[in-house]
Design a binder for this molecule. Structure first.
Ligand code: SAH
Length: 238
């Protein structure tokens, strides 16, 4: 099954951009995923194909018009299209590896890239857009955010990563950040590779990696540890 991304943007020339290189680029060539990039401006109004207007109630900047964006969405995806409709937005629910996994197991997504101050609120409800944020900072447009989301999804598609197992032990997959990696040379600027990793003892290595992952997560992301504890105690109650 091909993962289909339909992207609505005012800057179609930005795609595939970095997604055309490396793993995602090869997967695009191989047909593992495809992207259909639509210019919202094709549905703009009048001779100048206007897509934005001043905010009702005043204030700075411009707002993407509801009628224009609705027409662009309707032309890009029929009402019975089973794919989720996402809108990149700093107000959205923060993107997680769990959401990325769920998306990559599906048929793809329709992704709206915002610009200006944002989009008219009414089209979000009228077209069932799920707002997704890639972090607590503000970008100038949704295109880079859409690329971040797509890159995370595409690398999980079957056959994209070299190793079957790649990905299952990574950061966030078990609610933990990943353990540290080492490779040759055995001695780097006086620092050796931890001895346990050279021991060939698989049980001890797994145990060491787990302990390191827990330590790093506690130090850097106590919020993840809290979430994992909460989930575990909830499961125990059930
Ligand atoms: N005025 C808005 C920011 C608009 S930024 C606010 O204060 O919330 C313009 C566009 O960039 C947004 O419509 C959105 O599509 C995109 N964008 C900006 N930051 C983002 C983020 N952290 N995650 C996802 N999309 C983002």
């Amino acid at each position: 099954m091909t993962f289909r991304a339909t992207i609505l943007t005012l800057y179609p020339e930005m795609f595939p951009g970095p997604l055309g290189a490396s793993l995602s680029g090869k997967a695009l060539e191989a047909g593992t995923w495809e992207h259909d990039v639509r210019n919202i401006r094709e549905h703009g109004q009048g001779a100048h194909r206007a897509v934005d207007d001043t905010p009702a109630g005043g204030g700075p900047g411009m707002v993407l018009r509801a009628d224009v964006l609705a027409a662009a969405i309707d032309a890009a995806a029929p009402a019975d299209d089973p794919r989720p409709r996402l809108m990149m937005s700093p107000r959205g629910r923060p993107l997680t590896q769990a959401r990325v996994r769920a998306l990559s197991a599906g048929e793809g997504a329709l992704i709206v890239c915002g610009r200006f101050e944002g989009v008219d609120e009414r089209v979000i409800a009228a077209r069932g857009l799920e707002e997704v944020s890639i972090g607590d900072y503000v970008l100038s447009g949704g295109e880079l955010a859409a690329m971040v989301l797509l890159d995370a999804c595409v690398r999980l598609l079957p056959g994209v990563m070299g190793h079957e197992h790649s990905g299952t032990e990574e950061s966030f997959e078990a609610g933990l950040l990943e353990y540290p990696h080492y490779t040759r040379p055995q001695l780097f600027e006086g620092e050796p590779i931890p001895e346990v990793l050279m021991s060939g003892h698989h049980g001890k290595i797994a145990e060491w990696r787990r302990a390191q992952a827990e330590r790093i997560t506690r130090e850097r992301r106590p919020d993840l540890v809290d979430d994992a504890t909460k989930t575990a105690s909830k499961q125990n109650e059930e």
